[in-house]
Design a protein around this ligand. Structure first.
Ligand code: SIN
Length: 496
């Protein structure tokens, strides 16, 4: 069994060649210019893993300049040359799967098996965009007059500021940087200050893969200062962000002054609708996966489980039984299914949502309190008789709490599901083919899982309707976010 001691694990990883603790600017590992640092902690124990630089405006400005200078040569490489660099980066991510997985568990808390799954998932975006790099096709447009030729070029947008969250310390970076680099853009990454080590390890591997200095830069520390510097710089032509809706709105407003392209992957409030005609086992398994992945800390986690009255009791009991079997603990302990929440603030939010639900008439079927392990561990929780007035159904819980709501008709289920400003993921469980089409079409969501709770993949578009965001990540659609379209008209073509 693997040690759960923070310093043992950090010591082992520091010999692995991917353990970096400085920022990366223009290919050089760099401390904060004023020497300030911030602690990176293991959320399962509270132990400090290591200190990393607390960077701000000056470092970010230099990282932007490095990315700007690197853009002219990186964007001029052939697509094939960029593709080969990305492929090599993918190979190195996979070769270092164990170490990267351990790093994710150490700083983020998710169980090791799930962390390894994130490495495969994260690396898949680099592999996919290594392939897509060669398929950024333009167009020839039939000209309206005989003496003209019209064509369309697709060109990289320029320097990209990528601001990424702690819940997927690797995959949310690769999902942005993969397509950016494939198109010929260069990047300044600002990872979450809770989980910078995975970002730095990925950046180290990008250098080992032969991606030239300055193409990938990483700064971390003072989030508002870094964010403002990225927003204010006219050299940064695109902001891509995964995180809260509140921060996303600020980034969108801040991008207006320099009219940057913006992609935002923001909060969700995913409905998971279980119809009377669902296969019970499939519905329980799918809802469990959709709810408890990463201890409920994903934007696509089922937030409201909406169950038709005919199957409600049967589903509630089977679901609660399945949840009871989820083992909570340190992510390095074998067979653990749920790790800690990221920090104390996250636990307090979950506690206040559960209290609010109980005060408004919900019943706790299972869990409902902090776990006896202490720290930021919370018991996997099932709440019955939830309704639309409760915080658990109005806002994103981002924790291991599953509120069950009851509905009578298909129309009512759709109305409840769409009654929110969010529109990222939704799930439905039914064996009726016509219903599955009808309801999928009626849901105001960017992703719909039918009889399936885990639907994220590099080959499909990921992104939200309404206030869940702008743009799409992954798939062929994800490339467009990093490209400008240029129309070129050749005139006087009839002259010899
Ligand atoms: C997220 O929570 O933002 C990403 C989840 C995923 O990629 O499946």
């Amino acid at each position: 069994m693997m040690s759960t001691n923070t310093q043992d694990i950090a010591a082992r990883l520091s010999n692995s060649g991917i353990f970096r603790t400085q920022g990366l600017i223009g290919g050089k590992w760099t401390d904060a210019y004023d020497g300030n640092t911030i602690k990176v902690q293991n959320p399962a124990t509270g132990d400090v893993i290591v200190n990393v630089p607390c960077m701000g405006k000056r470092e970010t400005s230099d990282a932007i300049s490095s990315a700007y200078n690197a853009f002219s040569s990186w964007s001029k490489l052939t697509a094939n040359e960029r593709s080969r660099c990305l492929r090599k980066w993918y190979d190195l991510l996979i070769a270092n799967k164990e170490e990267l997985g351990q790093l994710i568990t150490l700083e983020q808390g998710k169980p090791l098996k799930e962390a390894m799954g994130e490495v495969i998932y994260g690396a898949s975006f680099i592999e996919f965009y290594a392939e897509e790099a060669k398929r950024v096709y333009g167009d020839i447009i039939p000209a309206p007059s005989a003496d003209r030729r019209l064509f369309v070029l697709k060109q990289p947008v320029g320097v990209v500021g990528a601001i990424t969250p702690w819940n997927f310390p690797l995959a949310m970076i690769t999902r942005k940087v993969g397509p950016a680099l494939a198109c010929g853009c260069t990047v300044v990454i600002k990872p979450s200050e809770f989980t910078p080590l995975t970002a730095l390890a990925a950046a180290e591997l990008s250098l080992q893969a032969g991606i030239p200095p300055g193409v990938v830069n990483v700064v971390m520390g003072n989030a508002p200062d870094i964010g403002d510097t990225l927003l204010e710089s006219p050299k940064v032509r695109k902001i891509t962000f995964t995180g809260s809706t509140a921060v996303g709105k600020k980034l969108m407003a801040g991008s207006a002054a320099t009219v940057k392209k913006v992609s935002l992957e923001l909060g969700g409030n995913a409905p998971c609708i279980v119809f009377d005609d669902a296969d019970l086992d499939v519905a329980v398994k799918g809802s469990l996966a959709a709810k408890f992945r990463n201890s409920g800390q994903t934007c696509v986690c089922a937030n409201r489980i909406i169950v038709q009255q005919g199957i409600y009791e049967k589903f509630a009991n089977a679901f609660a039984n399945a949840v009871q079997n989820l083992k909570v603990g340190d992510g390095f302990t074998e067979s653990v299914a749920l790790g800690p929440l990221i920090n104390e603030a996250a636990v307090q939010k979950v506690e206040s949502f559960v209290q609010d639900a109980v005060s408004k008439g919900a019943k706790v079927m299972l869990g409902g309190k902090r776990h006896s392990l202490g720290m930021t561990f919370y018991e996997p929780t099932v709440i019955s008789d939830a309704n639309s007035e409760m915080l658990v159904s109005r806002e994103e819980v981002f924790g291991p709490v599953a509120p069950l709501m009851r509905f009578k008709t298909e129309d009512e289920a759709i109305q409840i599901a769409n009654d929110t400003n969010a529109g990222l993921a939704a799930y439905i469980f039914t064996t009726n083919v016509q219903r599955s089409w009808r309801v999928s079409e009626a849901l105001e969501y960017g992703l719909v899982g039918v009889n399936e709770g885990l639907i994220s993949t590099e080959v499909a578009p990921f992104g939200g309707f309404k206030q869940s965001g702008l743009g799409r990540e992954g798939s062929k659609y994800g490339l467009d976010e990093y490209l400008e379209i240029k129309y070129v008209c050749l005139g006087n073509m009839d002259r010899a």
